[in-house]
Design a protein around this ligand. Sequence first.
Ligand code: GDP
Length: 219
Amino acid sequence: MANPDFTAADLRRGETLFKGPCTFVKGVVDIDGLPRDGKPEIAFAGRSNVGKSSLINALAGRTSLARVSVTPGRTRELNFFTLGKDQVLYLVDMPGYGYAKASKAQVKGWTRLIRDYLRGRRELKRVYLLIDARHGLKDNDRDTMTLMDEAAISYQAVLTKADEPKAAELAKIIEQVSAELTKRPAAYPELIVTSARTGAGISELRAAVASLAPNAIVR
Ligand code: GDP
């Protein structure tokens, strides 16, 4: 299933949340550097080059919030942004995984950071797992899903670059990804189909994020 139904009120809440400031707070390279103020967090994860920076920028309505990679795989940190008027929610941009040209030491470092973060973070309310609509799920996505299933971290798949495949191919990918998600204990059953290029699905993703934000911040 794709793009859950949102009411007009849900969509408005999403717009309001992302109309507020989205401010870079810190880049965390080591688990000890994680914020300790107890704010709820929602994180964006995915393979390197999946379109994560573009999607975060589209969500926030900015052109340069998250760096769009000239060289893929450059984000090595967990980048924390505060979201909304009263800044009581963190948006976390996770390092992209699966970058072919990274050294073994780099891969080990990122893998450990991602694992440590996903395994033991009470503040983490939802991970949006970005999947390239041209390629569908890859084994390193499945590894990340297994990690989140084991840690009981709730996650939802988001297809990116949905403007690229033809309609029939897109429908097939949606069906394949959905079929795998239903077998995953911690996965949200519906996926969200987006394109940072055309803006498709951006309002729905904003609404989905806003549904996890404490009431107080969306006014
Ligand atoms: P990241 O490495 O996951 O942060 O990915 P980027 O946001 O840097 O994007 C990787 C590449 O995909 C860039 O060449 C982008 O222009 C391209 N891209 C990102 N979003 C879209 C999209 O919605 N549609 C299409 N067609 N290309 C996209």
